[in-house]
Design a protein around this ligand. Structure first.
Ligand code: SOE
Length: 367
């Protein structure tokens, strides 16, 4: 695992838990944490049960006993690290967004195919029990034809002008702000739940705080969005709205999506992540309404791997599910999504929305 503080923690925990809770066809052996700082890499390795820590990525990539490389670094190094790993024939899991640009994402997807290895992007929210159930219901036709999606991802950790600059507030290292960080999740979630493909988008963005403390007594320019909203038209006629922000005061991590079909609707909110609100045209007319399905019974996706019925899971479990599904797909030779083609599709939507926000007009999303 090539790690970076927060993302490294979420991934590291998944490696610790997936052997224990999922009956996997092969053992996942956490081998080595790679970091720029030897001491911090060693701490992460000890914490998450990896056998070793190093700063020498090349040596790890040359090691034939390493099968899978997990890229959990800031966005500007995804392409270089994943490319080097793919060149060495390693399977790769990569943080989101897949890359900084569509060109990078396209070359990563092409190389993965050429090398015939398995790849995935860490869009973990596809794999909450409730979102996986939503996808199952929509695929089964429970909602009829999907007409509208409404997706918001709201945070507030940059609401204060005193919040420090970081790699996440620079275009060079992050590509964009809330857009690439949070809209990327929403775009993936909509594709995963509904199967819809984007046709055109129209975006608007704002940076409310243009300079932030750099931690050395000075300040750094912020050249990414604090908030980014866009409208979407999907192939086939459905429409959608998307909103990502890091300045919605009071909203800590509200990732919420509603889907309206021709027969029914559903809504999921990460803040109540084990529940799915569902409206279906069943029962007597006068008793109809949204009902809340608690998605932690054995019949629900992933639930039976954890606790007895009705006992809950949390944010970190979505990463465990992601890794367990990836390992199973690797072993069985079955498809795994999101792969780098999915990551490329997300990148195309991100880029088109950004172009649209800059140009002030609708932009087509390349196929
Ligand atoms: C910060 O905005 C962040 O950690 C994102 O980078 C993650 O992808 C999201 O899941 C939680 O918030």
């Amino acid at each position: 695992m090539v790690g970076h503080a927060f993302m490294g923690r979420a991934h590291g925990n998944a490696y610790r838990q997936c052997n224990r809770f999922f009956d996997l066809p092969m053992d996942v052996v956490p081998a080595v944490v790679v970091g720029r700082d030897k001491r911090r890499a060693a701490e992460a390795a000890a914490k998450f049960g990896f056998a070793q820590a190093t700063t020498d990525l090349d040596a790890v990539l040359r090691d034939p006993s390493i099968d899978l490389v997990d890229v959990a670094t800031p966005n500007d190094s995804h392409c270089a690290i994943a490319t080097a790993a793919l060149q060495r024939g390693k399977h790769v899991l990569c943080e989101k967004p897949l890359a900084l640009t569509v060109d990078e994402a396209r070359s990563m997807a092409a190389l993965a195919k050429k090398k015939k290895v398995r790849v995935g992007v860490w869009h973990n929210y596809r794999r909450a029990p409730a979102t996986a159930l939503a996808a199952r219901m929509i695929a089964r036709g429970d909602l009829g034809d999907v007409r509208q999606v409404r997706a918001v991802y709201l945070q507030d950790w940059l609401a204060s002008a005193d919040a420090p600059a970081s790699w996440r507030t620079s275009r060079r290292t992050a590509g964009s702000g809330a857009h690439g960080d949070l809209n990327a999740h929403l775009i993936d979630l909509v594709r995963a739940l509904t199967g819809l493909e984007f046709e055109a988008v129209c975006g608007v963005q704002q940076t409310f705080t243009k300079k932030r403390p750099d931690g050395r007594g000075g300040s750094s320019k912020v050249d990414v969005d604090d908030a980014f909203c866009f409208l979407a038209r999907f192939r086939g006629g459905a429409i959608g709205t998307f909103e990502a922000t890091r300045v919605a005061i009071g909203r800590k991590n509200m990732n919420c999506i509603e889907v309206n079909g021709s027969r029914g609707s559903l809504r999921w909110n990460l803040e109540r992540m084990n529940e799915l609100e569902v409206f279906l045209p069943d029962g007597p007319d006068d008793a109809r309404g949204f009902r809340t399905v608690m998605c932690m019974d054995g019949v629900h996706p992933y639930a039976a791997n954890w606790w007895p019925d009705g006992h809950l899971v949390g944010y970190e479990h979505t990463f465990v599910h992601h890794l367990a599904d990836f390992v199973r797909a690797l072993h069985d030779g079955t498809p795994f999504h999101p792969d780098f083609d999915d990551g490329l599709a997300v990148q195309r939507v991100l880029a088109a929305a950004l172009e649209s926000a800059v140009e002030g007009e609708w932009a087509e999303v390349a196929k």
